[in-house]
Design a protein around this ligand. Structure first.
Ligand code: AGP
Length: 607
């Protein structure tokens, strides 16, 4: 996946494009490029590496223009290199593309027969060639773009300019996000909203198949048949500061500390403690829906949230829940029907496997209510209804606040389903809402342990392997803690249900394999105590997450982190925080690229 941006207006746009690209860098960062229309035609700067390298290139060879496009790449076809970096230029046409052109080989072969010369290994270059070919045949710029799009198969968000038509910019979307920003007398195209928040909050969301043509008269929108469509802008209430680091060293650190606020925002307006009611009418789910089972699909951290959700929905709403990794769900024959509530969970709303699982569930007749963080994202749009997590933009590749807000959304969903099914009375809901409303201040008190956890990280950051143990609702948190550590610090870490220790993993334990044990006071506490003893007896070091006031584990573990007590269903919201903080400090101490770890991208929009 990649990030694209476009600008047309009155200002010199090189700096604007670079600043937008920096906000999109989380989508991919193996090469970058931009093109602007100057007096002579199209000027292109491209390079391998991050936006900083592109900035340097522009500094040494400046270019100016008031219409331009930019790209930050995560390679799918063709290795990261300058030739494969976008924009791709052919004749007067320059194109940036996010997505995959499935029939690029066939198009390339036919264009080569007509004499076209390709300079990159990418699938995207065919778009520039096709548009150029139609322009040379005498078509207008717009018609050439429409004609080219009618030939392409696959997914795309594109921004296109034509060197001899300064002031004109064309964008199109098919299965990849693209928004249009309206900024008075200037206009933007971008893969997502934070990229352009500094310049405008008036946003138009393109639908699949739509095209926007922007010139001095403003934007005109067209559907896939080329018919004009009216589209209204939405005012987005994210502030530019929300998308900046706000004084923290990394986005991940900032996002960890934003969690109490993100949790409050996700609860806000959806519960009434006084009435003992949950209001999720926004999802479109009502008493009329017959829900006999729930099926959750997601990937990575969102899948871990789903595993937590199973405990909540089964425990509170008393409905059976299956949780699938989306890429597995779509390749088996899932038993999903009209009585199934399918809940896809996704921060980005663009994860390819989760999107495909969403569509499959819908085709099989399920009612689909997504839990998503990004409004109007593909998964949100492919679902019958959406419960948005109000985490705000999550930029760090390692998901933190999206995870905790997903858990809050699942808790609200569990209460709502219980309410619809008459499984809980208003007094019960009132109590549970009370528990939930106490979470943000408990989170604040865990965040105040930041320095102490940093101290533990200093003692442990050189180890090569870690084991994370949890039970019950905290088993998914063991998985999540291990995932956080491996993805940003590159340390091998395994999450395990502690009861499985004796069935194999205990063989790994020695003084070189520390164990992170989640041993808060819940019904698995005694059992966790036993597991800690077993690790200690084999010379292993234990860092234990315990409940404040625990007087027992202190003697058994090498280190303890004391956490405020919480309702068992909400305990993951508390226990995950020290694991995020620990992973963060270890990564910083090891000098890795915390926000953009190697080989990863924020949203995985390819299989
Ligand atoms: C978590 O830290 C990840 N980087 C990753 O596992 C992520 O949760 C996964 O790719 C799913 O993304 P989504 O929530 O945007 O669908």
């Amino acid at each position: 996946m990649c990030g694209i941006v476009g600008y047309t207006g009155k200002r010199d746009c090189t700096g604007i494009i670079l600043s937008c690209l920096k906000k999109l860098e989380y989508r991919g960062y193996d090469s970058a490029g931009l093109a602007v229309i100057d007096r002579e035609g199209i000027e292109v700067r491209r390079c391998k590496g991050k936006i900083a390298s592109l900035e340097e290139k522009v500094r040494t060879r400046p270019c100016r223009g008031s219409t331009g496009i930019g790209h930050t790449r995560w390679a799918t076809h063709g290795r990261p290199s300058e030739e494969n970096a976008h924009p791709h230029v052919e004749g007067p046409i320059a194109v940036v593309h996010n997505g995959i052109i499935e029939n690029h080989l066939e198009i390339k072969r036919s264009l080569e027969k007509e004499g076209a010369r390709f300079r990159s290994e990418t699938d995207s270059e065919v778009i520039a060639h096709l548009i150029c070919r139609f322009v040379r045949q005498g078509m207008t710029f717009e018609d050439a773009v429409f004609k080219a799009l009618s030939i392409l198969r696959g997914s795309w968000a594109i921004a296109v300019l034509k060197g001899d038509e300064p002031g004109k910019l064309i964008g199109a979307r098919q299965e990849c996000p693209l928004v249009v920003g309206l900024g008075g007398d200037e206009y933007f195209l971008a893969s997502d909203i934070p990229a352009i928040l500094e310049y405008t909050r008036e946003i138009v969301f393109l639908e699949d198949g739509e095209v926007v043509v922007i010139d001095e008269d403003g934007p005109r929108f067209f559907d896939r048949k080329g018919e004009r469509v009216d589209k209204r802008a939405r005012r987005i209430d994210w502030t530019p500061a929300m998308a900046e680091k706000g004084g923290y060293r990394h986005f991940m650190e900032k996002e960890i500390f934003e969690q109490p606020r993100a949790v409050i925002d996700t609860i806000r307006g959806r519960v009434s403690e006084e009435e003992g009611r949950v209001y999720l009418d926004e999802t479109g789910l009502s008493e009329e829906d017959t829900v006999k089972r729930v099926s959750i699909v997601a990937c990575g951290t969102s899948w871990h949230a789903g595993l937590v959700g199973k405990f909540m929905i089964e425990g509170i709403a008393r409905l059976p829940v299956e949780v699938d990794i989306a890429s597995e769900f779509r390749y088996r024959e899932p038993l999903v029907d009209r009585e199934t509530l399918l809940i896809p969970i996704s921060q980005s709303g663009e994860t390819a496997d989760t999107l495909a699982a969403t569509r499959l569930g819908r085709d099989l007749g399920a009612k689909v209510i997504a839990i998503c963080n990004v409004i109007e994202s593909s998964i949100a749009r492919a679902s019958h209804g959406v419960l948005y997590t109000h985490a705000g933009p999550e930029i760090g590749v390692a998901s933190t606040k999206a995870f905790t807000t997903q858990i809050v959304a699942l808790y609200l969903m569990a209460l709502y389903l219980a309410q619809l099914r008459g499984r809980i009375d208003s007094e019960g809901i009132r109590e549970r809402i009370g528990d939930l409303l106490r979470v943000p201040s408990a989170m604040e008190s865990v965040l105040s342990l930041n320095d102490a956890i940093g101290g533990i990280a200093r003692e442990y950051f050189k180890y090569k392997d870690f084991l994370y143990l949890g039970r019950g609702i905290n088993y998914p948190i063991a998985l999540e803690g291990a995932l956080k550590l491996k993805e940003i610090s590159y340390i091998h870490a395994e999450g395990y249900p502690a009861g499985e220790m004796k069935h194999g993993p205990i063989a790994l334990i020695d003084e070189n394999m520390p164990t992170m044990a989640i041993a808060v006071k819940d019904r698995a506490y005694e059992k966790m105590l036993g597991n800690i003893e077993e690790v200690r007896a084999r010379g292993g070091r234990v860092i234990a997450l315990v409940t404040e006031g625990d007087g027992i584990i202190g003697d058994k573990a090498s280190k303890t982190i004391a956490l405020p007590p919480s309702d068992p269903f909400l305990s993951p919201l508390i226990t995950v925080l020290p694991l995020q903080i620990f992973a963060y400090h270890v990564a910083v101490l090891r000098g890795t690229d915390v926000d953009q770890p190697r080989n990863l991208a924020k949203s995985v929009t390819v299989e």
